[in-house]
Write a protein that binds this ligand. Structure first.
Ligand SMILES: Cc1cc2nc3c(=O)[nH]c(=O)nc-3n(C[C@H](O)[C@H](O)[C@H](O)COP(=O)(O)OP(=O)(O)OC[C@H]3O[C@@H](n4cnc5c(N)ncnc54)[C@H](O)[C@@H]3O)c2cc1C
Length: 479
């Protein structure tokens, strides 16, 4: 508690990758911070469904704030991974040109990358690009190589950031759907739809697709966030088409194009599309888009097969205009807008944390470092990554390490229990924390086992267990 009152110094609305980075950054200071989200767990918004790429800093002109934050954020991932133990790999990015006339666009990207200060960026001949990524179509004529690009598991990144923020004193309130924001003396009174309320001297609006609504709730700037849908298909880890690098086509004016992404956990993602949407909850995927994605991905990597597809999903980009909108509100006091955080928001997010911390400081928030701040999370073992001898040692302490709940992704009962005890009490929360249900069978074998573990650990009854919150309960008594 700061200043002896029960008023928070900062309330962050939205526990996606932006809000999580801001919360964790502020947790290094002697402040009372609360992070609220309308969903049942963190990272259930835009941050759960994206390409998971740490971008290479060459796609955008550095006149844009998003380009500068992308370059800064991308450099911060090694240190964050050491501290927060989430899956991340700097595997590099290739952009493949399929026709001679695309080499002109490659040259422009190269010049922009050089101008932005991207380290190691290289224009490549056909032989060089094929050497870097032998799975590319032999018809590739050349391309771009950006060794600094990488891949990350986005939800695990958010979970670790929030876990660390909480262990450094941040208060997390989930199912807190902000419905009113009123001035109350020198502070804001932030009210939730379920009647809860809190007070905070500063508010950060990091509400993703709903940043326009949250801004209106606080009487701040009027703007409209447009969703732009991106559909994906996930290929099984046994596919023969897994590249070593992230493979981009030459970009278009509205998107970076449809990619082939070797995920950090061994599967392959193809997509995303880029279609304007009207409904912020529309996450449907369609056969027509699958055909589009497959033909675009196969043009770059011909070995991609429809038979390797294990699931499809979609994400919605929160589009405001060309750039991020990160600034103190000019209309109401002590409110920071963190809106329009479309791609490369995941890459930029660590730098967004720094930027917002600086904005708050300029606006009068006192930042004094906490000597007890600990940037590390406790590392948890994963059966999949251990030798049989190491697993034996764990089983000797707790037989739950021997009970393989998810066979596809090799996740033990002990890991599911750890997820639930860390507060991830929905099926999706457990999935994003452990990867159970993410493999070839997509939960066909393990869902009922996970439901039983959630019930045992939390005391929830069978009809209270949900996929991702109360609107999505799994089992219903229809008799
Ligand atoms: C298809 C696609 C592909 C992408 N690929 C990449 C990529 O490869 N690399 C990259 O760098 N970026 C990528 N991005 C961009 C990146 O995913 C986003 O920039 C980032 O996830 C935005 O995070 P956020 O925290 O701002 O928003 P969100 O993750 O949406 O978080 C906002 C949170 O606010 C909560 N909220 C909303 N309203 C309220 C309310 N009234 N009360 C309380 N809580 C509320 C929501 O529940 C949500 O959890 C991609 C995006 C998409 C859609």
């Amino acid at each position: 508690m700061h200043g002896g009152s029960d008023i928070f110094d900062v309330c962050i609305v939205g526990a996606g990758v932006s809000g999580a980075n801001i919360a964790r950054r502020l947790s290094a200071y002697d402040l009372k911070v609360v992070l609220v989200d309308k969903e049942a767990d963190v990272s259930f918004g835009v941050s759960k469904a994206n390409s998971g790429i740490v971008h290479g800093g060459f796609h955008h002109n550095k006149k844009y704030l998003k380009a500068r934050l992308e370059l800064q954020g991308a450099m911060m991932f090694e240190r964050l991974r050491q501290e927060l133990d989430f899956p991340f790999k700097r595997c590099g990015i290739v952009v493949a040109a399929m026709h001679e006339d695309e080499m002109r666009a490659i040259e422009q990207l190269y010049m922009q990358g050089v101008d932005n200060g991207v380290i190691g960026i290289e224009m490549c001949s056909r032989d060089r690009i094929m050497e870097l990524e032998p799975k590319l179509n032999p018809d590739t004529v050349g391309g771009l190589w950006v060794p600094g690009g990488g891949i990350v598991e986005p939800y695990r990144f958010v979970f670790s950031l929030v876990e660390n923020a909480i262990s450094n004193g941040v208060v997390l309130q989930t199912t807190f759907a902000v419905s009113a924001g009123l001035r109350d003396g020198d502070a804001w009174r932030v009210e939730a739809a379920d009647g809860r309320s809190l007070q905070a001297r500063y508010v950060v609006n990091a509400a993703g697709l709903y940043a326009d609504q949250v801004s209106a709730i606080f009487g701040a700037e009027q703007f409209a966030i447009q969703p732009r849908k991106g559909e994906y298909y996930l290929l099984d880890r046994l596919t023969k088409a897994r590249p070593d690098r992230v493979v981009f086509p030459v970009p278009t004016s509205v998107s970076k194009g449809m990619l082939v992404i070797p995920t950090v956990e061994g599967t392959v993602l193809i997509g995303p599309t880029a279609e304007s949407a009207t409904d912020k909850r529309d996450l449907a995927t369609t056969r027509a888009q699958l055909d589009k994605i497959l033909s675009s991905a196969r043009a770059m990597i011909p070995a991609i097969s429809e038979y390797d597809v294990i699931t499809s999903f979609a994400g919605l980009r929160p589009i405001l205009d060309e750039d991020f909108y990160i600034a103190m509100s000019a209309k109401v006091p002590n409110l920071v807008q963190v809106a329009g955080i479309q791609s490369p928001g995941l890459t930029a997010s660590p730098a967004i944390g720094e930027y917002v911390k600086d904005l708050l400081k300029k606006a009068g928030l006192k930042l004094s470092e906490k000597p007890e701040y600990d940037p590390f999370v406790v590392k948890r073992p994963h059966v999949k990554e251990l030798s049989p001898y190491e697993v034996d040692e764990l089983v000797a302490q707790d037989p739950a390490w021997a009970n393989m709940v998810c066979r596809c992704e090799k996740v033990s009962e002990a890991e599911i229990v750890a997820a639930v005890r860390a507060g991830h009490t929905t099926l999706d929360g457990v999935k994003y924390f452990t990867r159970a249900q993410m493999g070839r069978c997509q939960g066909g074998f393990c869902t009922y086992k996970i439901i039983k573990i959630i019930m045992r650990e939390t005391g929830l009854s069978w009809d209270q267990v949900s996929k991702n919150g109360d609107r999505s309960r799994i089992l219903k008594d229809t008799l």
